[in-house]
Design a protein around this ligand. Structure first.
Ligand code: SF4
Length: 362
């Protein structure tokens, strides 16, 4: 069965349409929906003799942890806290979140960000784009069909023989990263001098959590929201809040929430907001927003960097930790990566832009 047939057999289109109807419901509906799904999940886990926990990172999952507690589901929260901003770590500590140790390499030493970048490549653009570039940079006979789809959008038999599919990498990135397929595809793209990879999160975050879950016979509640987009959004829409698959079991009670719902819940439950987000304020039209970071991740993560305005996360890192900034930009090569994808990062340029903007504003 190819991908299209599989999607048809599970009625994916209808599932997505139903999910989108729920996303448009008012806040109170979504909150009680989350309540019901969370209890359904633990009922099913009890039947299967499984424990359950919350995987905690930034504000979304901190809010989930507190929400579950508020409805009587008092369970452990786990996190690879050392990767998070120090204000997030402080909140984790305050809440008693279990801090997981990093994964060990074969030589017994822990995987650090530098190791992952050196071995696999830079986490840049987005998980989905990085994973496609990684495939192009690591050609094997087995991934030939996928590489062809990434360059052309033609999916072959397994992908239902579609043309113009979303598998095609955006032209902008093909121009910069598609060069390894020039001969095969008769195209004329460039090759980057550095490696790109989507494996960083897996080694630094996902695997330690998966290992803990296995050791504790436990399955996770996750703070995912389909409205945040990314490659997991569609799967979330198709599989819904609770998913009991062969190799994956998880609950995402906030799946139908949007940012506004989340922030409203944070205010309602008095969730501690880590300093990195600032405070939650209301615009004149009633829209809630956080005064500092909207989303967080590791300070040197390149996912989404091309979408940020200055001062972007690397600028903020320079202000908060100039030594770390110097290390990442010059010694680890982030500066070269950002230059290549056309993201400004040099402080001089930033100052020029700021002055220019200020003059324009006067
Ligand atoms: S958020 Fe970015 S830097 Fe952090 S583990 Fe994931 S990919 Fe790596």
């Amino acid at each position: 069965m190819n991908v299209m047939e599989k999607l048809k057999s599970i009625n994916a289109e209808k599932r997505i349409a139903d999910f989108m109807v729920k996303q448009k419901q008012p806040y109170e509906f979504k909150k009680s929906y989350a309540y019901k799904r969370a209890y359904e999940f633990i009922d099913e886990c009890e039947k299967r003799d499984l424990n359950y926990h919350v995987s905690v990172g930034g504000l979304d999952s901190i809010a989930l942890y507190i929400f579950l507690q508020s409805i009587g589901i008092k369970i452990p929260g786990i996190s690879v806290s050392y990767l998070e901003d120090k204000s997030i770590r402080a909140v984790h500590k305050q809440l008693g979140i279990i801090s997981l140790k990093p994964l060990k390499k074969e030589n017994g030493k822990p995987w650090r960000k530098v190791d992952v970048i050196e071995k696999f490549g830079f986490p840049v653009l987005s998980k989905e784009i990085a994973s496609k570039i990684e495939t192009l940079q690591n050609p094997t006979p087995d991934n030939a069909t996928v590489r062809h789809a990434i360059i052309t959008g033609e999916t072959g038999d397994y992908g239902g023989n579609r043309t113009g599919s979303k598998m095609k990498l955006a032209q902008r990135w093909l121009e910069l990263f598609g060069g390894s397929e020039n001969e095969n595809e008769g195209v004329c793209y460039q090759c980057a001098k550095f490696k790109v990879s989507a494996k960083c999160c897996y080694y630094l975050k996902e695997k330690p959590c998966d290992d803990w879950a296995k050791e504790n016979n436990s399955v996770p509640f996750l703070g995912l929201m389909a409205s945040e987009g990314g490659r997991r959004a569609k799967t979330l829409m198709i599989n819904g809040c609770n998913y009991f698959g062969k190799s994956k079991i998880r609950s995402a009670p906030f799946a139908i929430f949007n940012r506004q719902d989340l922030l409203q819940l944070v205010l309602e439950l008095n969730v501690p907001v880590p300093e990195i987000y600032g405070t939650i304020q209301k615009k004149t039209d009633g829209t809630l927003y956080t005064t500092k970071a909207q989303r967080t991740g590791c300070d040197m993560c390149g996912f989404g960097i091309q979408l940020e305005k200055r001062p972007h996360r690397f600028d903020r890192l320079r202000e908060s930790n100039p030594n770390a900034w110097n290390f990442w930009m010059y010694r680890m090569g982030w500066g070269e990566v950002l230059d290549y994808i056309g993201v400004e990062w040099r402080p001089e340029k930033y100052k020029q832009v700021s002055l220019f903007e200020m003059e324009g504003a006067i």
